[in-house]
Design a protein around this ligand. Structure first.
Ligand SMILES: Cc1ncc(COP(=O)(O)OP(=O)(O)O)c(N)n1
Ligand SMILES: Cc1ncsc1CCOP(=O)(O)O
Length: 534
């Protein structure tokens, strides 16, 4: 039997109830709030007491027509005629449980890796509980936290089966949308639901806590229908509306350029110490307003007022980490675009671990990097890096690479180089503007991040009312276009700057570039842009 709605799966935990809150009252309120399936989990209760609690819980669940499963104990499930059981890796094997339970009983199994998922499919599980996806205080974990970005490969192992999947572990209203987006597989396989203990049980208002989760879930599903259709654009945010052609791309870029100065968006930048000043100056020259703040204690306030966030790990230090983590977390919470620049990610294990943790905490709208950085992020050795620079001639097939990475990370990806490639996971645009002089000043890649962030802030402002009112997206607006505009504006300005009489070398080029950006007209970009749709 697998017609259960796994959307909002409550796992009970009486030990987490707020003081004075009655367990049955809490359970009933959560059912009223929209819980769709309940698992009774009693780790330290004698069998007789477990049966009593489970039986009384079932009476309440039956009123709301919500199925009830039992954690670990097939005997308890049989005693109360439960809908089924949830088994851990060390509990009774599925085949054994099947023999003992009624034919239509539901059997779920905990999975921590792809091997577990494949075995669960083979052994005939009805659903898998994938966890822990985040840190949790409700269970002492015996396996490492999976992290949302590693759930996708586990879901992919369920492609073509009727086995459902829920994620569990540390899921809160504040990270739910990130969990839903970040777990989707490259094949478009999304979770069937989420399982929670503390977010509902520890709440003094379980009905409200449940409704909040239910609203986020339905917002996500409204924007990303489940199961996903064949041609859904499963990237995190927006895409170029209508037909994609060089003309439509340029029209969109012109609109962004003509909006940015009047809008003067605030662009919060957590960037490296080498480029902070020139990034701030370039942001100003574009018509946006920079704030270069790194202190974690002000991240929530800044996320509320900023148009976009840039996170650049160029001069990464341990003490920056908290600010980057919280900055992105609050940007997601307030639905502001995040541009992520994983500078030199392949250079050290520290950078790699940091990038992994950041991307597991928040969802970027745009990731930009050179071939070496993006190869390290994708986990391929096809292109090598030396520190923050890329070595060699780049990817054999940059178009397929950038598209696959965008699909995997569910965001827009910008691969920089002589030709810049930008993808939203569905389409790829290549841009052939720029000048070798950009390579003669430090941090031209980093300031590109600032340009992209400024135009993503503008694109978010231009999102349609319908999109602004939707709940399922972590950032609203056309991030693909924002990224394209950022690249085009900087590279076209570089071409114009080198022609200036006052530009005589790298030093004057930087000031010439800032002056050119300041005076750049949308006509210049329209006339000079070299845009192709791949
Ligand atoms: C839906 C869901 N998924 C995973 C678990 C964890 O089960 P298990 O690994 O057996 O750990 P305990 O819950 O028994 O401590 C679960 N309970 N529910
Ligand atoms: C039972 C279980 N299995 C993996 S994590 C977890 C605990 C989930 O609890 P919470 O939702 O409070 O983090």
């Amino acid at each position: 039997m697998n017609d259960i709605d796994y959307s909002l799966y409550l796992v009970t935990g009486r030990e987490l109830l707020p003081s004075g809150k009655d367990y049955f009252e809490s359970l009933e309120e959560s059912l009223q709030g929209g819980v769709t399936v309940v698992q009774i989990r009693e780790k330290n209760t004698d069998t007789g007491e477990f049966i009593k609690i489970a039986r009384a819980s079932k009476v309440i669940c039956d009123i709301y027509n919500v199925p009830l499963l039992i954690n670990d104990r097939v005997d308890v499930a049989l005693a109360i005629n439960a809908h089924g059981v949830h088994l851990g890796q060390d509990d009774m094997p599925i085949a054994q449980a099947r023999k003992m339970l009624p034919k239509d009983a539901v059997i779920g199994v905990s999975c921590n890796n792809v091997g577990h998922v494949k075995a669960a499919v083979k052994e005939g599980a009805d659903y898998v509980g994938i966890g822990a996806v985040w840190g949790t205080k409700s269970k002492s974990l015996t396996s490492p936290i999976i992290g949302v970005r590693r759930v996708g490969v586990m879901l992919e192992a369920l492609d073509g089966t009727n086995v459902k999947a829920v994620a569990i572990g540390g899921i809160k209203s504040t990270n739910l949308l990130r969990t839903l987006h970040g777990t989707v597989s490259s094949t478009g396989h999304a979770l069937d639901g989420i399982a929670v203990i503390s977010e509902i049980v520890a709440s003094a208002e379980p009905r409200r806590a449940t409704e909040t989760l239910a609203n986020i879930l339905s917002g996500f599903r409204a924007d990303f229908p489940h199961p996903p259709g064949l041609d859904t654009r499963l990237t995190s945010d927006l895409y170029v509306t209508g037909d994609l052609s060089p003309e439509t791309v340029l029209e969109g870029v012109v609109q962004l350029m003509e909006t940015i100065r009047g809008l003067n968006p605030l662009v919060h930048q957590i960037t490296n110490t080498v480029v902070a000043t020139q990034s701030a100056n370039i942001t100003l020259a574009l018509g946006a307003s920079p704030i270069m703040a790194t202190e974690s204690r002000e991240m929530e306030d800044l996320a509320k007022i900023s148009g976009a966030l840039l996170v650049n790990i160029g001069t990464l230090r341990g003490e920056c980490f908290d600010g980057m983590k919280k900055g992105g977390f609050f940007a997601n919470q307030f639905r502001k675009p995040i541009v992520f620049d994983p500078v030199g990610v392949g250079a050290s294990a520290f950078r790699q671990e940091t990038v992994n943790e950041l991307l597991n905490t928040w969802q970027a709208s745009v990731i930009k990097g050179n071939a070496g950085e993006l190869a390290a992020l994708a986990g391929t050795k096809e292109v090598e890096a030396k520190g923050v620079d890329s070595v060699g001639s780049g990817f054999k097939d940059p178009v397929s690479f950038v598209k696959a990475l965008a699909k995997r990370e569910r965001c827009v990806v910008v691969l920089t180089g002589t030709t810049d490639y930008i993808s939203d996971g569905v389409s790829v645009v290549s841009l052939k503007n720029g000048d070798a002089m950009l390579g003669q000043i430090t941090g031209s890649g980093c300031v590109l991040g600032s340009c992209i962030a400024a135009f993503c802030a503008t694109a978010a402002h231009l999102a349609s009312d319908e999109e602004k009112n939707s709940d399922g997206k972590l950032a609203k607006g056309d991030m693909f276009l924002g990224a394209i505009a950022g690249v085009l504006v900087l590279t076209v300005a570089a071409e114009l700057a080198v022609q200036r009489e006052d530009v005589k070398g790298p030093g004057t080029f930087l000031s010439g570039l800032i002056d050119t950006l300041w005076a750049l007209r949308s006509d210049d970009v329209q006339n000079l842009a070299k845009v192709s749709i791949e």
